[in-house]
Design a protein around this ligand. Sequence first.
Ligand code: NAD
Length: 352
Amino acid sequence: MKLVVLPGDGIGPEITAATLAVLDAAAARHSLTLDLAEHDVGHASLAKHGTTVHPDLLDTVRRADGFILGPTATFDFKDEAKGEINPSKFFRKSLDLFANIRPARTYKGLKAPVGDFDLIVVRENTEGFYADRNLEQGGSEMLVTPDVVISLRRITRLCCERIAHAACALAVRRRKHLTVVHKANVLRIADGMFLDICRAAAAQYPGLAVDEILVDAMMAHVVRDPARFDVIVTTNMFGDILSDLTAELSGSLGLGGSLNAGLDHAMAQAAHGSAPDIAGRDIANPTSLILSTAQLLEWHGARKQQPHFVDAARAIDAAVAAVIAEGHATRDVGGSLGTAAFGQLVAERMRR
Ligand code: NAD
């Protein structure tokens, strides 16, 4: 498997190093042939090449079987004319990575403040309220007067259909329960269409139970009783917010895996940001990127019919759970282990 590795900003290089230690152990244990190539992205690339995303990088990741993108300091990148491209947006849009799959589950050994659960948020990834990727040219935020701003949200039938089917296909492989999260009482046309399309898609999957919840009420439901949810499908911005909540409810934002998948390409990416407040201190939790990378291996294995990649992915999930169950944890989840030490423990567990 040809893998491109882009460590990114802030805690990115630290959690990427921990992830690569686990990947190395997974390769040894499951006889994976991995061909890794590391490239700069974000601030490191801006300093070296005058742009956060080198123009050759798109072809490089296109030629690979998948890539790992560490978190990047997207809030710093404001002016594309100065080379400040949001790498996350760039790859999602350029490679049409329409499905953002964000699992969240509780772990034995960690406090579960709202009870145990195991769910997946399936978030549309290429349109919605994201002003920097909605239009072919230009952004979809307009300054009408110094005191008036219009931000546009784009919802299309195609994007609704493909995310709805991605979620249904996932749900039928799990507990066969899909929850559609929307705001069709206010965004009647756009979310009305999203809801209709999700209902029509779900009807094509026999045995799939479906419920529908307004996004505001969902915040209460998921805190009150997260165990009732299996696969949750929603639009881009709602999914971004909801999945940070579900990751935090599982113990920490640092625990949430995230795969961005299209038909031909996939990108593993931590669900959280570059966490500049804790960068460079070896205290970040690398679990999110480790689990995202496992999702990428599973995606590749399923696509290329190479079951040993799927086995390796499951073994990484299991190793993370086992290490946490033994009481090893980083600071964000009440432990004292550093980023590198946690990665090493997961890697050692893989080698057993
Ligand atoms: P953040 O997700 O980086 O951090 C939020 C909080 O969670 C912070 O207190 C941070 O210390 C903590 N946290 C995050 N990841 C953690 C981890 N792995 N282990 C332990 N604690 C962790 O959000 P932010 O501070 O609002 O954003 C920082 C930068 O990241 C901004 O430039 C933002 O635009 C960018 N961002 C990037 C992505 C991405 O690359 N996918 C996503 C979100 C935010």
